[in-house]
Write a protein that binds this ligand. Structure first.
Ligand SMILES: Cc1cc2nc3c(=O)[nH]c(=O)nc-3n(C[C@H](O)[C@H](O)[C@H](O)COP(=O)(O)O)c2cc1C
Ligand code: SF4
Length: 518
């Protein structure tokens, strides 16, 4: 019987030696004359266990991890092919509590299938969503997405159904679907994991969007730092095209849709949708003033749907299982699941997909297990470099767009970066200003000049020069940036800065202050 061994080809696993582990298994099987193959799957999302190897046995898949190349011979000699015991044996990885407690809608196939095998995708429910979209037609598809309650996972949380309705309502003609895979937020990697671990799902999501709004061309704008994702996407696009899932008659229907991957040149601001469009059109990534909205006048001046990878990747599930199955889970106006990314100084880092409503404390203490250093958690930054720092006192905040906004924070793309009690929050506030000054596109004054002045003011505060006077300037400057910036880069930089000052005043040379009343 031919054996199958899964060794993740995911970039996080590769970074800790998965390629060498895969080769050691290929060599080890050949030396033993065992017929078998090594499949490079996506990651199960439990990064501390990578490389997490799984072997298919008659009683199911058995996991081992973290496996180093030097472990492979002993594992093979010790009966890994039969799922035998070993110090690294994890058993059924889906029963590991970190995994078992999740609700995997978007990530259900990631780590399970061979990412670039269309047959595997189809065998695991792939393309059922597109089939249904074609069967019910564009208008009902848009309504289905609207009814699911799906909101944009790129940061702003705008209802995807409304965006699609707007583009669908534009006069027939050239329209585009653009997938934002720039994934610049600190501590985020969910887009990458989808592209590397289940690229057909994203292709299906774009195709459904194309059918729904009447667009026949899509682009995935991916950051250049993701070579594995780009390779997986390109391979899957070729396979989808060959099988007729992309092209002039998508899945045998009368709808035409094709797509390409475009690689960014490395700027955080190119994740901002209008700047991304400039970059896609071959220009410098400069933010455009709105209106016009991209939905009316987007790529090459045509109506354009721009959605994040996770938004589009959620659509095949919604179409296959029905809007209700998605909308039935969640919290308040945040429906469905969120692929949360746990990073920073973290014990159990990785991808955790769960329905909205779980509290920040549960995520940080129970799921992530606190810090890697074993010290107390002091602060967490949620939502990337523009997200607020939350202290333990706010750990009862449910993961929900409105609940975070109410506490001057944001969910963003679902990244949580954990810091222990050695963190200096004044330095973190300075870093936020410096990040903005480095990444600013330069189009508007509050951001371009304000962030540079902000770094100078922070330097004076940290050096203890006229502290109270400079803190007042910092507050004033933050207010100006928040209200006067053209886009959220300048407009949201005050969130990490002011949250650090509000919740950790002692790091700024101020006495502890009571939390702002809600
Ligand atoms: C400075 C800045 C960077 C951004 N970076 C990203 C990004 O990397 N990925 C992303 O999907 N959205 C990013 N956004 C949000 C996009 O502008 C846009 O809201 C999003 O792509 C829309 O898709 P969604 O509705 O599916 O979230 C960024 C916004 C700003 C202001
Ligand atoms: S806020 Fe900053 S990044 Fe945004 S348009 Fe203004 S200068 Fe550009």
């Amino acid at each position: 019987m031919s054996v199958v061994i899964y060794v993740p080809g995911d970039a996080a696993a590769v970074a800790v030696g998965a390629d060498r582990v895969a080769k050691a298994f290929v060599d080890g099987l050949a030396r033993r004359g065992v017929e078998g193959r090594v499949v490079r799957n996506g990651s199960r999302g439990m990064v501390w266990l990578e490389p997490l190897v799984e072997v298919v046995t008659p009683s199911g898949r058995v996991g081992y991890g973290p496996v180093k190349p030097k472990d492979v011979e002993a594992l093979l000699d010790g009966g890994l092919l039969d799922g035998a015991g070993h110090d690294l044996r994890l058993g059924d990885v889906e029963k590991i509590p970190f995994f078992a407690k999740q609700e995997r809608f978007t990530f259900k196939r990631v780590g399970v299938t061979d990412p670039v095998s269309l047959d595997d995708y189809l065998a695991h429910g792939g393309y059922k969503g597109l089939e249904r979209a074609i069967a019910i037609g564009p208008a009902d598809t848009v309504e289905e997405v609207f009814n699911s309650g799906l909101r944009g996972r790129g940061g702003a949380g705008f209802p995807t159904g409304i965006k699609w309705r707007t583009v669908a309502a534009c006069a027939p003609g050239k329209k585009y679907v653009v997938c934002n895979a720039d994934e610049g937020d600190s501590g985020t990697f969910a887009d990458r994991m989808i592209m590397e671990g289940d690229p057909f799902q994203l292709i299906e999501g774009l195709t459904i969007a194309g059918v729904a709004v009447g667009a026949d061309m899509g682009y995935v704008y991916c950051r250049s730092e993701y070579p594995h994702a780009i390779a997986a996407m390109n391979k899957a696009i070729v396979a989808a095209r060959k099988a007729g899932y992309l092209g002039s008659r998508v899945a045998g229907s009368n709808y035409a849709f094709d797509m390409q991957v475009r690689v960014g040149a490395g700027a955080y601001v190119c994740g901002e949708e209008t700047s991304l469009l400039e970059s896609l059109e071959g220009r410098r990534g400069l933010v455009r003033a709105k209106p016009p909205l991209p939905a009316h006048k987007g790529l090459f001046g045509k109506p354009t749907v721009i959605n994040n990878v996770l938004s589009l990747a959620a659509v095949p599930f919604i179409m296959a299982e029905g809007a209700k199955a998605y909308a039935d889970v969640g919290f308040g106006r945040s429906r469905g699941t969120m692929p949360i990314q746990l990073a920073g100084n973290v014990k159990y880092g990785g991808l955790y997909e769960i329905a909205f409503g779980v509290t920040l404390g549960e995520l940080v203490e129970d799921v992530a297990g606190g810090t890697f250093t074993g010290r107390d958690v002091r602060a967490v930054q949620v939502g990337g470099p523009l997200g607020a720092y939350f202290p333990r006192a706010l750990f009862d905040t449910p993961f929900d767009y409105e609940a975070f906004a109410k506490r001057d924070g944001l969910i963003g793309h679902g990244g949580i970066v954990i810091f222990d009690d050695t963190v200096d929050m004044a330095k973190q506030a300075r870093f936020a200003m410096e990040f903005c000054s480095v990444e600013s596109c330069g189009k508007c004054t509050p951001c371009r000049i304000g962030s540079t002045r902000g770094v100078e003011v922070m330097d004076r505060i940290i050096a203890g020069v006229e502290r109270e006077k400079n803190l007042a300037i910092l507050e004033d400057l933050s207010h100006t940036m928040k209200l006067g910036s053209l886009c959220a880069l300048g407009g949201f930089t005050p969130y990490p800065v002011m949250s650090a000052l509000t919740h950790f005043p002692e790091d700024f040379g101020r006495g502890p202050m009571p939390l702002a009343a809600e």
